[in-house]
Design a protein around this ligand. Structure first.
Ligand code: SF4
Length: 180
């Protein structure tokens, strides 16, 4: 069974926001809310300073704190790609998962009232399509695949380049890796 993840090459990201627009459109995300976002961060110390531009979203953590806090099991790890998922019909809108996520990846959807976040475009994956953000990236900075495939693209990229995850100190074991 696959364990889906991502490798994002920050060296190729130009901050165009195409991924954000594609996600908003594909997933009907209300204006002012977001499932994915792009930020810039200064890294290093003078004189070796660089600006990193980074596309972020739910990290599909291997040890996700948003799952055990859910009182109904609405927030769960699915069989398909081991994706951290939300079953809306079981969501009681308690916000515990929103508070538990150290990446601020979850929010309460303004129109439905349910907890929401990036799904890795699971509806597209099940149709054999690329994820919206990955498909539109003009510099091909984003890669998606099965982290458990030892010969897959993600493992090749990780073996070839320096990389890191966000907030490793939180112990969530993110499945999005950033090449730096
Ligand atoms: Fe849960 Fe947040 Fe990790 Fe996504 S990034 S799996 S919402 S803890």
């Amino acid at each position: 069974m696959a364990r889906f993840g991502m490798v994002i090459d920050t060296r190729r990201c130009v901050g165009c926001m195409d991924c954000v627009v594609a996600c908003q459109t594909e997933n009907d995300v209300p204006l002012g809310q977001r499932r994915t976002w792009v930020l810039t961060e200064e890294r290093g110390t003078f004189p070796n300073v660089a600006i990193e531009i980074r596309s972020e979203r739910c990290n599909m953590c291997d040890d996700p704190p948003c799952v055990p806090v859910c009182p109904t099991g609405a927030s769960h790890v699915s069989d398909f790609g081991k994706l951290v998922s939300i079953t809306e019909k079981d969501c009681i809108k308690c916000r515990l998962c929103v508070k538990a996520c150290p990446y601020e990846a979850r929010f309460m959807h303004r129109e439905t009232g349910y907890a929401s976040k990036c799904t890795f475009c699971v509806h597209r994956l099940k149709q054999g399509l690329e994820r919206a953000c990955v498909a539109v990236c003009p510099t091909r900075a984003m890669h998606f695949g099965d982290l458990d495939d030892p010969n897959g693209r993600l493992q090749q990229l990780l073996a070839a380049s320096k990389h890191r995850v966000l907030k490793p100190e939180k112990g969530t074991k993110p499945r999005i890796f950033y090449l730096t």
